[in-house]
Write a protein that binds this ligand. Sequence first.
Ligand code: NAP
Length: 398
Amino acid sequence: MNKPLKQHLIDPEICIRCYTCEMTCPVEAIEHDDNNVVVDAEKCNFCMDCIPVCPTGSIDEWRVVNEPYSLEAQFDWDELPAQEEIETAGGEAETGLEALDDAMAALLAEAHAGAGGKAKAPASASKPTINMYNLSKPAVATVQGNYRLTAEGADTDVRHIILDLGGLPFPVLEGQSVGIIPPGQDAEGKPHLPRLYSVSSPRDGERPNFNNVSLTVKREDRGLCSNYVCDLKKGDKVRLTGPFGATFLLPDDPQARLLMICTGTGSAPMRAFTMRRQRTVGAKSGGMVMFFGARSPDSLPYFGPLNKVPDALLKKHLVFSRVPGQDKEYVQDRMVSEEEEVAEMLADPNTHIYICGLRGMEEGVEKTLTNIAESIGQPWGALRDTMRGEGRYHVETY
Ligand code: NAP
């Protein structure tokens, strides 16, 4: 019998196909087909470089196997196989993580030091549909509208794009993402990979009971897909993959309280959460508090409509970093000045935290949460792990 091996795998149910791990892997052990992103057991050297860059934690899967799963087997998976019982030299059965040796476990712990890590969906979330459409079988949507959200003349051009799926089934939940395949080919003549965008509309459509979704997209300098999307005209056809994402989801429990922390277009899923609650439970819900950072009011997506949402449903802290004559303020700074409110929410087992936007904000937000949790006698690392284990702590940053 072969000596059991540790194998690094990716959870196809949770992976959002952003391909960041594939671009990060220094030994090219990660590849994809039209369906899945997979790890080549022969090439992976367990360097762990891919762990902290994964926005969902789907990269963090390990199995002890007698024979490694082949690439072909992994490409076919809809879900991960369970850990099989493996007999070791000592005659004991081991599971994946227990079998990691100390050096690997230490590397993994270091890779987990950031706010990212393995997430779980809220216990009451609806079951998402994932990966219905892929690179070889994309959905084709029609552009229904493309509206500029930021003021003309503001230094950011953020667009609200509405895509009509017509008669095509495309079930999405708030918090999920879709891929857009930009037309054309890369320098090597290969079709471009899809770029991921969070859906900013609720599950029953941008317009209730219409089969459409909205996206919130910022034009990036020289951004291949963002310029394509921001220039779309009504009636244009767009190829979509997805939906993706099985953890950054809204609890269906109306009493769950949401603490939402976002920057820029990271507000897209928060808009979807807010609209879902507006259309279902309204102010009778457990409530939502939002810390939302942008450069200025005229570059904050949905500034006008957001201000009209009643405080009883959504308490808003809109924070600006570049308003002339005002001190620069980031979301984590405002959380410090609203420490009491944040502390009260942290202490409540009904609270779910969502962080979405710039990767750079994670460090500052973590530091602030550490200090606030400490002030109520809770070590943040332990509280965060409990919340994550209960499906109450969600981070998606790029
Ligand atoms: P942005 O306009 O560049 O920045 C928004 C605000 O965040 C600005 O006020 C900016 O301040 C501030 N900021 C910069 N560094 C910060 C830090 N370390 N801590 C706290 N705040 C900080 O934002 P954007 O271009 O819209 O970017 C949004 C990001 O979200 C993108 O990276 C996008 O990929 C990501 N995103 C993720 C998802 C998802 O995960 N599902 C969905 C949508 C978007 P200054 O510029 O003045 O420093």
